[in-house]
Design a protein around this ligand. Structure first.
Ligand code: SF4
Length: 371
């Protein structure tokens, strides 16, 4: 197995002269959305700017929040945190059943950028020993991603009371009649799981029990059509398990690196003005050397989604039908192959007998229904 240094240097040379794109919590959370994709694991491990690559390939993805959504999000966060987080404390008392009226408030954001991480460590070390309830506004956490340290500047507050920490995630999507958009809730849960893992890692490094960080995170959203905040507890154990598996996979990225043909690089070769000078065709050819696992969910989580969707369509891959269908079709790589098996026009290969029988049965039922 390669050493960490060898792995980092292998990933760095894969990225080439293009500056590394630091991981933020949103990007780390998205890793857990498609853990089986080697292309994404390698590109993220190498810190490749996938957004720049997708634009250069001619497949830009419309990611990123609109200025309106960002302003709305900032205004809602300011409302929740106004007067030393008075409104937030009211919500926390309710949702965590706290018997206390007051807590200490630490605004870590006001500490100089270069000192923030060290200051955060000191504060959490003290907090893990103390009993006083304390709110931490904008602590700076870190997480190792494939040998690189990613610093996470969450717009979250970690709340400590009686030695237990809770991550608080403030989001501006509305909860209407007790229901929120499931995709937004899943994305928020995946992002909060990144903070839980980062805080658990920090406590472990400091010699404390990582399980002092609760797996229930507090999600704060506006209620109905008013801006009044409401809080709910969200269990992120499943998101944590997927995230840990994916990060472990990224640290064992050596196999993926070893399988790459000699000389493959995702370098955009930026010129003096920062614009890529490499031809889009050469970049596409290099990216296609690494297998992808496209699924429709990629459209909301990965910058390369339109590029990979186009590739999956051209290959007729069964991946484009979604993860559930792909998993059920296990071993049948293309839509054409699945249709031929269903029509009985193709003999099943060894191991495909069962899925071929199911496909023929499904096709017979479909014909009966249509008739
Ligand atoms: S869009 Fe492509 S690279 Fe990104 S996760 Fe999906 S298949 Fe992988």
């Amino acid at each position: 197995m390669a050493t960490v240094g060898e792995r980092v240097s292998g990933l760095d040379s894969l990225r080439g002269t293009t500056p590394a794109k630091p991981h933020d919590a949103r990007a780390i959370a998205a890793l857990a959305a498609n853990p089986g994709c080697a292309r994404r694991a390698l590109m993220d491990g190498a810190g490749v700017d996938k957004d720049a690559a997708a634009r250069h390939l001619g497949f830009p993805a419309p990611f990123g929040q609109s200025p309106f959504a960002i302003t709305r999000g900032n205004a809602f966060e300011a409302l929740v945190k106004a007067d030393g987080c008075a409104e937030l404390l009211r919500l926390l008392r309710d949702v965590l059943r706290l018997p206390i009226d007051e807590v200490a408030y630490q605004d870590v954001q006001n500490v100089g950028a270069h000192l923030r991480h060290a200051h955060t460590r000191t504060l959490f070390d003290r907090a893990a020993r103390g009993e006083q309830g304390t709110l931490y506004d904008h602590p700076l956490l870190s997480l190792k991603i494939a040998g690189h340290t990613a610093f996470l500047e969450p717009d979250v507050v970690a709340f400590q009371h009686g030695g237990r920490f809770h991550i608080v995630e403030i989001k501006s999507f509305a909860v209407i009649d007790g229901q929120a958009d499931p995709a937004s809730v899943s994305a928020a849960a995946r992002q909060a799981a990144v903070y839980v893992l980062a805080l658990r890692t920090l406590l472990e490094e400091l010699g404390h029990d990582p399980l002092l960080v609760a797996h229930d995170v507090v999600l704060v959203c506006p209620e109905n059509f008013a801006n009044r905040p409401m809080a709910t507890l969200v269990d992120v154990r499943r998101q944590l398990a997927v995230l840990k598996r994916q990060l472990a996979r990224m640290t064992s990225i050596d196999r993926l690196l070893a399988e790459l043909p000699e000389g493959v690089s995702f370098d955009l070769l930026p010129g003096e003005d920062g614009a890529p000078t490499r031809s889009a065709e050469a970049l596409a050819e290099a990216i296609q050397q690494v297998s992808a696992r496209y699924a429709p969910d990629c459209l909301s989580t990965c910058d390369l989604c339109f590029f990979c969707r186009d590739e999956a369509r051209r290959d007729g891959a069964s991946d484009q039908l979604g993860r559930q269908v792909r998993d059920e079709l296990g071993g049948v790589a293309t839509v054409e192959e699945a249709l031929a098996l269903a029509d009985g026009l193709r003999e099943p290969a060894p191991g495909q007998e069962e899925i071929a029988r199911l496909l023929r049965d499904a096709e017979r039922l479909r014909r009966e229904c249509l008739a």
